[in-house]
Design a protein around this ligand. Structure first.
Ligand code: SUG
Length: 448
């Protein structure tokens, strides 16, 4: 049976703004307080989805969330009508209003960890919503994420959904941003690679000194258990704490994998040789031939990687077995990174082509091509069981573009977030979106 990797991209929400909310994420911190352009952000994301679809890849779309999150503000003690809740939060605790307005759910690599049916004990595709416990503005995403994923992958014969892990730092879980899967074919058993930043309970593992390590070993292990993965089908590795301290807040900022290949920076991991050997050995057991492409620090420094987001790229398989890398424009702007990419594609190796996308609006908050997509490997039967409303087609692209043009502002600054009109605009837009994507009622304002 045929199988695919389907990329579900997060649609940027109408409140996209630069809140400076993510300590440890250099771009988020350095662009804080700049005004944003939500319309441009959403159109840039849609253009990437359309381009991948046009190249013949399976592409889906994941809906944004209701923001400002008035219910979250109510839980923090603000009361009255929705407009009063927003007004009071703006007056008394602006940082909380900013957090409740973040469109951060667009980075759907953090929405969940997904294990394909070929890897799981019950032969279903398993999803665990990420608790995103490290940052308040992201920790409020998972209830709606679970409802949206449930509406997209509703067929219980094929899809199993797990609630987010306990919402404490010891189980900090950032979803697929620290999870990669290696396999020969997407529909065959593979090896799931979990990268953690620290251990919550075992003091033998070092931790970063400056910035937080968002993903814990214990969270990764819990997800592997929930999904029913075989011991032989899992490899855990620790991210190098020094690179976290240089702004590598997720593994997907310093490594990307696809098929049998891992593309990574020399400084990405601890105990790299042992890790590579384990990946090679376990992939061989399921008939795979592991390949690694190491980018040396002499060619690209960690700082270059963080600024250009070279590794936050999408590594995609082409029909001839070679691979294509989807990179953000910032890679072209960095001389060393661009020179490296030129030599990589002309060397006759696995990665033969690079395609550049303008994702500046998202990049300025630390979200590159890979952050914007959640990968779900599906066989033909499972793909047919996905809610067809969320699979990208030319007409859907047209409808979503018109929807963005109609509802989104082209400028948003912090003071605009206090405008109660923004909440109404957002709800009107999302109500229409649930009809376009055939999701049913998934948002708090539709349910309560
Ligand atoms: O969690 N930025 C996101 C970026 C997530 C990128 N995802 C992956 N690498 N997979 C984060 O730090 C910034 C929001 C703000 O500052 O307004 C933010 O949440």
């Amino acid at each position: 049976m045929k199988s695919y990797e389907v990329n579900f991209d997060g649609l940027v929400g109408p409140t996209h703004n630069y809140g400076g909310l993510s300590y440890g994420n250099v771009a988020s911190q350095s662009n804080s307080q700049q005004s944003s352009n939500p319309k441009e952000a959403a159109l840039q994301g849609l253009a990437k989805m359309k381009a991948l679809m046009d190249m013949g890849f399976q592409q889906g779309v994941l809906a944004p969330q209701e923001r400002p999150d008035v219910a979250a503000l109510r839980r923090l003690g603000f009361s009255g009508t929705d407009a009063q809740v927003i007004e009071r939060a703006a007056k008394e605790a602006m940082p909380l209003l900013v957090a409740s307005c973040s469109a951060s759910s667009m980075w759907v690599a953090n929405a969940a960890t997904v294990s394909p049916s070929a890897d799981t004990a019950d032969g279903r595709v398993h999803f665990t919503a990420a608790n995103l416990n490290c940052k308040y503005h992201r920790s409020i995403e998972h209830p709606t994420t679970s409802r949206v994923l449930g509406a997209m992958f509703a067929n219980q014969q094929h899809f199993a959904h797990h609630a987010a892990l306990p919402a404490v730092a010891q189980f900090g879980d950032e979803g697929a941003a620290n999870h990669t899967r290696f396999c020969r074919e997407y529909g065959e058993a593979g090896v799931e690679f979990f990268v953690f930043g620290r251990s919550a309970f075992d003091t033998r593992y070092p931790a970063p000194q400056k910035y937080p390590a968002r993903q814990t070993l214990e969270a990764s292990q819990a997800v592997a258990r929930l999904h029913g993965l075989r011991d032989d089908g899992v490899v855990y590795a620790q991210q190098n704490p020094n690179v976290i301290d240089q702004g590598v807040f997720h593994n997907d900022v310093i490594a990307v994998g696809n098929g049998e290949a891992l593309f990574y920076h020399e400084d990405a991991f601890l105990d790299t040789e042992q890790m590579l050997a384990e990946l090679q050995g376990k992939l061989a057991k399921v008939g795979g031939n592991f390949q690694s492409i190491c980018v040396p620090r002499s060619a690209v420094t960690v700082d270059d990687a963080v600024r250009s987001y070279l590794f936050n790229s999408q590594l995609l398989s082409r029909p001839d077995g070679s691979m294509l890398l989807i990179v953000p424009q910032e890679c072209q702007a960095n001389e060393r990174v661009w020179a490296y990419l030129q030599s990589l594609t002309s060397s006759g190796g696995l990665i033969r082509e690079v395609k550049v996308f303008d994702l500046k609006q998202s990049m300025q908050n630390g979200g590159g091509p890979a952050c914007l997509r959640l990968r779900v490997a599906l066989n033909e039967t499972e793909l047919a069981a996905v809610n067809p409303g969320v699979i990208m087609t030319a007409p859907l692209y047209g409808s979503l573009t018109a929807w963005v043009e109609k509802h989104y502002r082209d400028r948003l600054s912090e003071t605009d977030l206090a405008d109660p009109q923004l909440l109404l605009e957002c709800r009107t837009a999302l109500d229409e979106l649930t009809q376009i994507l055939k999701l049913g009622s998934v948002y708090p304002f539709q349910i309560n």
